[in-house]
Design a protein around this ligand. Structure first.
Ligand SMILES: Cc1ncc(COP(=O)(O)O)c(C=O)c1O
Length: 435
């Protein structure tokens, strides 16, 4: 056992589920052999408890650190904010400055509320929508966090959230009275949306969707949502927690000419420091005044300070252009190497948020084997790649060489050879109770 494994064994005894985030569970990557913990992260390099160095070609901190880990410019202003008091009995000026910046970046919007995490920001957005419309029902598409309004959709059937990023999210602990309050629909499926909007017509408070994840939104899909929400005074909410600040500086909805009533941001906007924003039209946002939405640490200073510095740097260096270029290079090399060795894969995702799937009888076995080989080459890698500004040509070239070697070995391995290579421990695919 290594220090990393020992600590995780202890964690599972002390922390139900082992970690605070499903996507950081070692079982999602390489059970019993994943790196688990870090001591230092800088740029795209990470050191584990044994002092080993890895290059992060996986999620750049679950999509938070688009500038790279511990960015010097962001850290400099954060350190100053810490020294000058990150908390006081008064409000911080930076939140007003950030509200001004976000409404300038999104000219259709006029007001902003802040939280510190993506899921809670979505909960605030849905609360505002319900307060504004006086209605309850939410139609949604995509992943939106752990809160009751969202997971309650699985009360109807354990399967209703499958296909919305994380399969198998259990509604245990969610009041059964919420059954039927949130209803999922599939991305770009106009007929399905029209059917639902007809069925629930006057009961819909909000339509919530991730602007983009795998393929761009079709115009008729967006037009149908916009028409319905406008006619029925429902609130059109785009969730930009993951899509925001990657294709452009701001929400991806700007690129696709979508005019929502609310856009929600988190993750990349503050490069690893907790920050989230609910940006919206004045007439809708004012409903926040009729509902109690208030939390102590939503007033601290580090989040808005980090967001201002991150957004400024993204603008100055055109970071999204770099993310698109790096992401395209990685998607291209996955396809090229897979073709070279006759491995069947399907690649998806906008360039900064790419992923692939092994088209095999047991894709999770392939995924685990891939992860283990890549780890032996010094890469934190899986079947996804979130681009960061810290990924330069040399990192991508080193990664390409490691993928080449990995695929060259995998293409001639039998299923049983793969199983023994990973000691029979296949990675998990979604939410599951840990023993
Ligand atoms: C689109 C989207 N919405 C909401 C969330 C939830 O954000 P958080 O994990 O910060 O609560 C995520 C997280 O991955 C996300 O991708």
């Amino acid at each position: 056992m290594t220090k990393n494994q020992d600590l995780y064994s202890e964690a599972k005894k002390l922390i139900p589920g082992g970690t605070q985030l499903l996507s950081k569970r070692p079982e999602m990557f390489l059970p019993n052999e994943w790196v688990n913990y870090y001591t230092e992260a800088k740029g795209c390099e990470v050191f584990d408890l044994e002092g080993r160095k890895y290059t992060d070609m996986i999620s750049a901190g679950i999509g938070t650190c688009a500038l790279g880990f511990a960015d010097d410019d962001v850290n400099a202003v954060v350190k100053k904010a810490v020294d000058r008091g990150s908390m006081s009995s008064l409000n911080c000026c930076e939140e007003v400055e950030l509200a001004r910046l976000l409404t300038d970046l999104h000219p259709w919007s006029e007001m902003v509320r802040f939280t510190r995490c993506g899921g809670e920001a979505l909960s605030v957005a849905v609360r505002i929508a319900r307060a504004f419309s006086g209605k309850d029902k939410v139609l949604f598409c995509g992943y939106h966090g752990w809160h009751d309004w969202y997971i309650s959709s699985n009360l109807a059937s354990d399967k209703s959230l499958d296909g919305h990023l994380l399969p198998g999210l259990k509604p245990s602990g969610i009041p059964r009275q919420l059954l039927g309050t949130s209803v999922p629909f599939n991305y770009n499926n106009v007929e399905e949306f029209l059917e639902l909007s007809k069925k629930y017509e006057d009961d819909v408070a909000a339509v919530v969707l991730e602007t983009v994840r795998n393929s761009p939104p079709n115009k008729d899909f967006i037009d149908a949502i916009r028409k319905f929400t406008a006619e029925k005074s429902a609130v059109f909410i785009v969730d930009e927690v993951t899509s925001g600040f990657r294709l452009n500086v701001g929400g991806a909805h700007l690129i696709y000419n979508i005019e929502p009533d609310i856009a929600v941001f988190a993750k990349a906007m503050s490069n690893g420091y907790p920050m989230a924003a609910v940006v919206g039209k004045r007439k809708v946002m004012q409903a926040a005044q009729d509902s109690f939405i208030s939390s102590t640490y939503w007033t601290e200073r580090i989040g808005p300070t980090a967001a201002l510095a991150t957004i400024e740097k993204m603008k100055a260096l055109d970071v999204p252009a770099h993310l698109v270029k790096a992401g395209k290079a990685v998607q291209d090399l996955w396809k090229e190497k897979a073709d070279k060795y006759g491995i069947q894969i399907a690649v998806e995702g906008i360039y900064p948020l790419g992923h692939f799937q092994f088209l095999a009888d047991n894709p999770l076995l392939y995924k685990t084997v891939f992860t283990k080989f890549m780890l032996s080459h010094g890469f934190l890698a899986s079947t996804l790649y979130y681009a960061s500004y810290a990924h330069k040509d040399n990192h991508i070239q080193g990664y390409a060489d490691a993928v080449d070697e990995t695929f060259s070995k995998m293409c001639s391995m039998s299923g049983s050879e793969m199983m023994s290579f990973i000691n029979g421990n296949i990675c998990h695919s979604g939410f599951k109770r840990l023993n």
